[in-house]
Design a protein around this ligand. Structure first.
Ligand code: G1P
Length: 289
């Protein structure tokens, strides 16, 4: 069995939900306290055992490349100022993993973004992590999916039950239950009307694919929103080989959504020993008048 060593992280989205902040900066660089959202996603991949990361970027995403690159001037400044702690943090970021960049020239959708990675991924299974989702658990979500992949040697997508008013924001699945956490995928529909949805179980932004997904993507025409949808390619894939849906363990934050982003900031702050007590004290005194 070829192990999963590569991960594709599409970061070409426009981030319209966070305009005007995202007019001049990538949404993936919005900070959760002192680290950008994208760094948590890259760290999840690394902690899962991924060795090679492919970021699919687009126009206006240069700040992401700079973030993961060396920064000699800043390092020299911190060294001269004797700020060892900050220097170490900065150096750790640029030595995290082997990161490659592939540019999606036109915003043709998530399916097209994943297809751009084909040359780099080659004939191997690979992970896909969407940049908006941050999932907290001792065993990283991608690692959990890799364990399912090792067992079935088939594509597997992470899912969770979504509130009914959010059904039209997700790829919604129909599956045949195998056990409490695993189903065999029978169908998946991108952003259905709640009335037509086969369930309330949605694909969140974590996947492991066999390389057969690339052929499926090449045959996928434009779907909802005029975009090439990854969901449509998964639907086609599950008619030619088994695909599994896995109810992951962990807490997910959808940082692509304003309230999800805010919840992540609050929870991360409450886990941060340096600011936790001050935040709690502030919240206890807060007055809305
Ligand atoms: C994408 C996928 C969708 C999935 C969702 C998870 O949608 O197309 O199937 O359920 O991510 O966050 P997006 O949020 O990019 O519109």
């Amino acid at each position: 069995m070829i192990p999963v060593k590569k991960a594709v992280i599409p970061v070409a989205g426009l981030g319209t939900r966070f305009l005007p902040a995202t007019k001049a900066m990538p949404k993936e660089m919005l900070p959760l306290i002192d680290r950008p959202i994208i760094s948590y996603v890259v760290l999840e991949a690394i902690r899962s055992g991924i060795e090679d990361i492919i970021l699919i970027t687009g126009r206006g995403k240069r700040a992401i490349e700079d973030y993961f690159d060396d920064s000699p001037e800043l390092e020299m400044h911190l060294r001269n100022a004797g700020n060892q702690r900050a220097l170490q943090t900065i150096q750790e970021i640029s030595s995290l993993a082997d990161i490659h960049y592939v540019r999606q020239k036109e915003p043709l959708g998530l399916g097209d973004a994943v297809l751009r990675s084909e040359k780099h991924v080659g004939n191997e299974p690979f992970a896909v992590l969407l940049g908006d989702d941050i999932i907290i658990h001792n065993t990283p979500c991608t690692r959990q999916l890799m364990d399912v992949y090792s067992h079935y040697q088939s594509s597997v997508i992470a899912v969770e039950t979504v509130p009914s008013e959010k059904i039209s924001s997700y790829g919604i699945i129909n599956g045949r239950k195998i056990d409490d956490t695993i189903s065999c995928l029978l169908d998946i529909i991108e952003k259905p009307n709640p009335a037509d949805a086969p369930s309330s179980i949605g694909a969140i932004g974590r996947y492991i694919f066999t390389p057969a997904i690339f052929d499926s993507l090449k045959q996928t025409g434009r779907g909802i929103g005029g975009e090439i949808q990854l969901t449509d390619a998964i639907k086609a894939l599950c008619s030619s080989e088994p695909v599994y849906a896995y109810s992951f363990s962990g807490k997910r934050y959808d940082t692509g959504d304003k309230i999800g982003y805010l919840k992540a900031i609050i929870d991360f702050s409450l886990r941060d020993a340096e600011i936790r007590d001050d935040l709690l004290e502030y919240l206890s005194r807060i007055s809305l008048s």
